[in-house]
Design a protein around this ligand. Sequence first.
Ligand SMILES: Nc1ncnc2c1ncn2[C@@H]1O[C@H](COP(=O)(O)OP(=O)(O)O)[C@@H](O)[C@H]1O
Ligand SMILES: [Mg+2]
Length: 425
Amino acid sequence: MLRFNWCQTNLISLRVVEYTGPESFGNLYSVKSVPVLVRFFELASSQPEVNSHFPGAEVYYMPNKKFTSTWDELVFDASYKDDFLTMAINTERLNRTSNKFTMLEDRIILLHGPPGTGKTSLCQGLAQKVSIRLCTVYQKKQLVEIGAATLLSKFFSESAKIVDQIFRSLADRCEKNPDSFYFVLIDEVESLAMSRESNHQRGEPQDSLRATNAFLTGLDRLKPYPNILVMCTSNLKDSIDTAFLSRCGCNAIEVGLPSVRLQYDILKGQLQSLIEQNIIAHDTNVLPSIELAKQQTIGGSETDGARLIRLLNVIQENMEPPSARFLRQLPIKSISRYLKRKDCNLRMAFGYMERIISSMGSVLSDKNAFIEDLDGRCGTKTPDPDESKKTITIFSNTRKRTWQIFVDGELCQDDRKKIISLLNN
Ligand SMILES: Nc1ncnc2c1ncn2[C@@H]1O[C@H](COP(=O)(O)OP(=O)(O)O)[C@@H](O)[C@H]1O
Ligand SMILES: [Mg+2]
């Protein structure tokens, strides 16, 4: 076990990150009854290195300070991240231990899906986790981040040459440094692996076709080496060349928009962390689970959980399904947009979030709506001194939706007429 004196001088933090074993009541485990595996690592500087062998790319030594919390901050369904990590760990281990005949040839992972769903962060988090797991196997770990779109525009007309250079350098390093592991992250890979057929139809410049060819040849160059993992992300899987997709095989994984449950968990996590940082004043930093929150809505009470569920309803009614990026930013963006004094409580934060969402929706588009409460205030019972703006609530009798419109200053009879006529047109 760890020696106390050594820890006093060298240890910055000690965290339990994973438990794999039989479940026990209350999730309490005795270190005497489970094998404990401790991994020591030092975090590298968060500044990327500019390396002439990898033009246009950013190179990080791993594990890196920049990605300390990346993995933990990502909210996905229960086993999603675990499965992803297991796949990467097994791929590396099997390739290191198997012979050339049984080796997995293409170690390319493609994450595809809408923007803001965590594809880039998942790859960065994965590289961090795997580097820690492999700390005793490989001496040096590096992450080479390539922004495909930036690379093409920066080195326009020379991009094929640059792509070729990058992959030659990677293959050379893998060969010369078997005690190093390389993660390559190619963001927005569709720019580099654009379908050659559609490229041709659109009359794209030859350079872009050459870059795609150089990329595919480059990937093949990396095949013999077990000490490299290529991770790619794409928002546009449909425009990717089939030759590239076939190299990813079953490692092409879709990352979708968050389900309502995940939306709840993301918002809950963000609010809890704003409470912890005292940006939102609240008596507890533990908000209820979605199950509990749903029960709380039944009695119509104004609990934290019930308000969070109501916010999700407002989101669903007023906008397209949101990305995780949007949800993570929502609390802080709403506060920065509407807070007019120093302190903010949770009730105000909910009000601001509903307000920003409502302002995004097509509020006046429902012809069958009528105005119910011209002097209502943001749905709160006690008027908030900070809420200087008047709000009106519109109930649609056809779609049973509740909207709020925020109106600066007093709402006169004329305004009411204007709104009613807008709704009826
Ligand atoms: N599932 C998620 N849970 C929590 N935060 C997320 C999630 N997906 C994305 N984010 C956050 O949204 C931002 C953008 O994520 P990013 O990885 O760049 O998405 P993408 O590459 O899919 O466009 C990051 O700050 C990330 O932490
Ligand atoms: Mg991305």
